[in-house]
Design a protein around this ligand. Structure first.
Ligand code: FAD
Length: 596
């Protein structure tokens, strides 16, 4: 198995050459205070060392050992505690955090690259810093000044970690029916009681304290999603001087046995009158939690790319070394008993599909991160509002499309290895198992598709879609004279027209038939994602075209040739998707329950 190497060259290309992130950072005064190109480059370099050198070597052992439960305590696989300490010492937990409370204030465009490296190196471990960063974000956005001062500095440093407690045995997608209760106390605190399941890193031995953000219902709260509040519930109480006090009234009842990310603890948490504090307003907990979830959703999409990149690295190396059969055009390496499998068109199809999704996906996650930076830091109201609209529209696409293609990519990578991909030795089967959860948690991909189509596209009567449409249309228009881009702009314009046409069609049908959204949503998200990646690939070609001439490294020429493959073989899938969506919901809803 190839050792995971952080893809720094490609990340620098995407940041500096495709998106000119330094210019964006310079245009946002609060970002410019904290980062310049040299600082960003040093951060990438160091992140590469830690993720490739410290986290990646623990990935296999983490999978084999898993976490262990003993009477409520959870111990982590060998090396995880030390690795966590390295993350704490480097301040990596607070990379994108608010500097007022000890965060480093780095832009998401940069943080996204670190996240991808961490998830590619060791997804099970990477979930801990990811959840802590998300919890900090929700607390920073909605918590009282007192809560922020008390908790954020130790969370940004990573000395304390964060967990997100939404799911209950009977309530996953539909959080409106949760049963966990919060009873008010005279001192302004609440007693939280109930059972949460599937809580990632809800209990472990890596951090001194674990801060849970728990969804619960106040007495007499309205029914449904409008009656949910958010509470901060620490594992150990925190005294006024910041020292840790007694243990709170909740514990980990057991750990789930699961298909992948086995190095992470997935906990059943029993809250037994645990002391907690309200975050944000009463009954507005779901909205507050969405701050965290939106952040996590891009993060989960990035997990998909991370796993896919790790799979690509191994598959590429294997295809160059493994020899089987001769090339259809005759022996390429006659001195050997057979040619490397890279000569076979079908192996090339597999590797190019992987490259198309991974490198296009990395550009897309950076594109979304760019809008997140503008939404958070722009001083101009209109610019910020525009970016918020883009983030709202693109977040479900980033989560679902990048994880669906992430899993596809790891499976293709496994296939490149033939039977050797199925056995443990080469690491490919672990990547498939680990990546699978990314389609399920943080809202299943089916729900992401409903969010995109129902809430964002139809819900805004196409207004949010127009923001994205204008962005592509402007790009096509501005580059129409660029000869190098012409072979890509035409098919991009055709795919874009297809997407716009389907969008219009779906908005029109939604009023007549309430089932039409659910029937179209997943295919629509796929169509959207493939088109968006097509857009990214043209941007990549634009950045590479001038430098391709005389490029002996193959980096820029490889980009242009991969773009050609994307436009020849992957983008045309949009035609079939559009056709399917237009068929409506009839065939889907025709069967009775018995007929299933
Ligand atoms: C390893 C792991 C880690 C996790 N980590 C956390 C965590 O840290 N914190 C946390 O709170 N939760 C966590 N979860 C829970 C996860 O977010 C949920 O499992 C997920 O949201 C789905 O909920 P569910 O399992 O109850 O499925 P259900 O909600 O029962 O859904 C079952 C199926 O029905 C579909 N469905 C449901 N409603 C609709 C609808 N309205 N329209 C169309 N389709 C629908 C779903 O898409 C799905 O395919 C984790 C889960 C796992 C397995």
């Amino acid at each position: 198995m190839a050792d995971y190497q952080a893809p720094l060259r490609d990340m620098r290309f995407v940041l500096n050459e495709v998106f000119d992130a330094p210019a964006l950072w310079a245009s946002l005064p609060k970002v410019a205070e904290n980062v310049d190109p040299d600082t960003a480059d040093a951060i990438l370099e160091e992140a590469g060392k830690i993720t490739s050198g410290v986290l990646a070597p623990l990935n296999r052992e983490g999978d084999e050992q898993g976490c262990k439960w003993n009477d409520g305590e959870v111990s982590t696989p060998d090396g995880f505690r030390e690795a966590y300490q390295t993350i704490v010492e480097g301040g990596w937990n607070g990379l994108g955090g608010n500097p007022e409370f000890g965060g480093m204030g780095m832009p998401k465009t940069l943080v996204a690259q670190f996240e991808e490296m961490m998830q590619g190196a060791n997804m099970a471990f990477g979930l801990a810093p990811m959840l802590t960063a998300g919890a900090c974000l929700a607390l920073d956005a909605h918590g009282s000044q007192e809560l922020k001062e008390k908790y954020l500095p130790n969370m940004y440093s990573g000395v304390w970690s964060g967990a997100m407690d939404l799911t209950e045995p009977h309530a996953g997608t539909d959080l409106g029916i949760i049963r966990t209760k919060a009873e008010p106390n005279d001192d302004g605190s609440f007693n939280v009681s109930g059972t949460k399941i599937f809580i990632t890193w809800g209990e472990h031995d890596m951090a001194e304290n674990i801060i849970h953000l728990v969804l619960a219902k106040l007495p007499d709260a309205p029914k449904g999603p409008k009656g949910i509040s958010l509470f901060l519930v620490p594992k150990f109480m925190v005294n006024d001087d910041g020292s840790l006090g007694e243990r709170n009234q909740f514990s980990c009842g057991s750990l789930e046995k699961k298909m992948g990310i086995k190095g992470s603890a997935t906990c059943v948490m029993n809250f037994d009158g645990a002391k907690g504090w309200l975050v944000g307003e009463e009954n507005k907990g779901l909205a507050a939690m969405f701050t965290m979830m939106n952040y996590e959703r891009l993060g989960v999409g990035i997990q998909g790319i991370g796993a896919a990149e790790a799979s690509l690295q191994s598959a590429r190396e294997y295809a160059m070394e493994r020899i089987q059969s001769r090339s259809p055009t005759g022996a390429q390496e006659p001195e050997k008993a057979a040619d490397p499998i890279l000569v076979h068109p079908d192996v090339r199809r597999m590797l190019l599909t992987m490259k198309g999704y991974v490198e296009g996906g990395r550009a897309f996650s950076t594109y979304v991160a760019q809008w997140l930076d503008i939404a958070k830091y722009a001083e101009d109201d209109e610019r910020r509002k525009h970016a918020e609209g883009m983030v709202a529209l693109l977040t479900p696409v980033a989560k679902a499309f990048l994880t669906d293609r992430g899993l596809d990519t790891t499976i293709i990578g496994q296939q490149v290895f033939g039977g050797h991909g199925f056995i443990r030795e080469w690491g490919q089967e672990q990547l498939v198992r680990d990546c699978r959860i990314t389609q399920i948690y943080e809202g299943t991909n089916g729900i992401q598709a409903m969010d995109l189509m129902g809430r964002k596209v139809v819900g805004s009567q196409g207004k949010l879609y127009e923001l994205f449409a204008n962005d592509i249309a402007t790009f096509i228009e501005e580059n129409s004279d660029n000869q190098a881009l012409r072979p890509y702009l035409e098919p991009l314009a055709a795919a874009f027209e297809r997407l716009s046409d389907v969008t219009e069609n779906v908005i029109a049908k939604a009023g007549e038939n309430p089932e039409s959204i659910g029937a179209a949503a997943v295919d629509y998200l796929d169509l959207f994602g493939l088109t968006a990646l097509g857009y990214m690939w043209v941007k990549i070609v634009k950045a590479a075209a001038d430098k391709a001439e005389g490029d002996t490294s193959g980096f820029y020429t490889g980009k242009i040739k991969t773009a050609r493959f994307y436009f020849d073989r992957l983008l045309p899938k949009t035609v079939a998707l559009a056709e399917g969506i237009r068929s409506g919901s009839d065939s889907m809803m025709a069967l009775t329950a018995e007929e299933f």
